[in-house]
Design a protein around this ligand. Sequence first.
Ligand code: WTA
Length: 561
Amino acid sequence: MSPQVSGGKVAIHFEGEPGDTRTVTYADLQEQVNKAANVLTDLGVRAGDRVAIYLPMIPEAAISMLACARIGAVHSVVFGGFSAEALRSRIDDAEAKLVITADGGYRRGSPAVLKPAVDEAVAQCPSVDNVLVVRRTGQEVAWTDKDLWWHETVDAASPDHSAEAFDSEHPLFILYTSGTTGKPKGILHTTGGYLTQTAYTHYNVFDLKDGDVYWCTADVGWVTGHSYIVYGPLANGATQVMYEGTPDTPHKGRWWEIVQKYGVSLLYTAPTAIRTFMKWGNDIPAQFDLSSLRLLGSVGEPINPEAWIWYRDHIGGGDVPIVDTWWQTETGAMMISPLPGVTACKPGSAMRPLPGISADVVDDMGEPVGPGGGGYLVLSKPWPAMLRGIWGDDQRYKDTYWLRWPQYYFAGDGAKYDQDGAIWLLGRVDDVMNVSGHRISTTEVESALVSHPLVAEAAVVGATDEMTGQGIVAFVILRSDMQAGDDAVAQLRQHVSQEIGPIAKPRQIMLVAELPKTRSGKIMRRLLRDVAEHRSLGDVTTLADPAVMNLISEGLSHGDD
Ligand code: WTA
């Protein structure tokens, strides 16, 4: 660890979706970060101030994050696929002073816009003094007196900047993630422990060597991008690929073409992507030379054994190690994962806690279940990259993670131990859905739905989906006093997309007359999940009106869209 990296070593091989490329060496990166740090300081950003970053997957995303870290400002990266409203609520909650964005980015073969969403959000956020705009696509953008071009300010700034020293507990970033209520929570991470664990795990779990070319396909808007594109790999002096676009643009072999082109040796991606490639067919990766790959990683959701084996055979040539890494936005870095060359793997299991990490599987009473048992995953000792709280909401931090069993961190995941003591993750046990590796809460989607004038009531569940892990299924009661057109379902899906972002669009919306409730008025999601997954209904005796379920099941056969 703490490598001696020469300035000439490539930090980032950037590949834009249209095929444009940039090579950023460590010396280039330092110069860019210094310049950006000078601009941030000139704009009045000080240690402890918050900066929102809403960018496509371009080097300026990493540069902006590091420039904040360099001056002790706290970044809050918001995934570029989130809507103006989602951006507004995040800027507002953190009271960000500056927003860094771009005119747009390339997605699915054409330029997509980002700046209009920022304009809409910033108009309602009095905390924001300035907006720094990277020119990526050259599209026409509206301009306000808060806006500054990156190329006119950062490019012209001095490359000299002295990094300031901060306490190891100085806040590094806030990253919003979905919890069990409608309002996303701002997970707070600090500097020293976070960097220690991201660098340590990136080095050991990927068995990093000097000549490696590493590629993590996540977006910097998620924690995987923070820890395993920006902080871990760059702290270790790794060379990595950063790709802007989608896997099927301009053809379905784009990722494998990139692996071949840059000689990628370490690849880190999500099970949803692997399942998508399986569907597209073995002949696509077979057209490319993937022999440079020597280790594959998986993250974000449980990986089914079929996908694990396909990944190893069709991408890894049959004999590479696979590391299935379990962790969360809250844990900051990997917690449970095999170590290549050390752990014998079982397809579908994340195996054991990494050295220094203490995890356990416990029952309802908080008692360890032991080999062969199933229950809840808990973390039983603190760890370096542990979240330090929820931004502005200490009570929610206590309630979410420490209320159930005060001696354990409650992860929110179900898990089982097999007879050999390997851990198998079974998905969330709370109201958080995992759709293509993205965390979305049922209540967040419900709130978005009921904010539409047509909707009286809504209940949302995550239904098992072969491709995306879970799919969002909504049950909606329309208001009787409103005239709903035939396109009500389409309107509502669009509305959720506007309120949160396209990733939260329900796969299916069913218009129903009633929702199944207990006598105390609680919606019985378990029954709705049974309906959404086409299962026979479980126990309905606690329902206030058991006949409701017949109505809903009938509705399902008509409600598919
Ligand atoms: C799930 C992503 C099974 C889990 C890094 C967790 C996984 C949530 C795995 C965190 C894995 C992540 N196997 N499930 N290897 N990795 N998860 O905060 O449910 O976006 O609680 O962090 O993803 O999602 P988050």
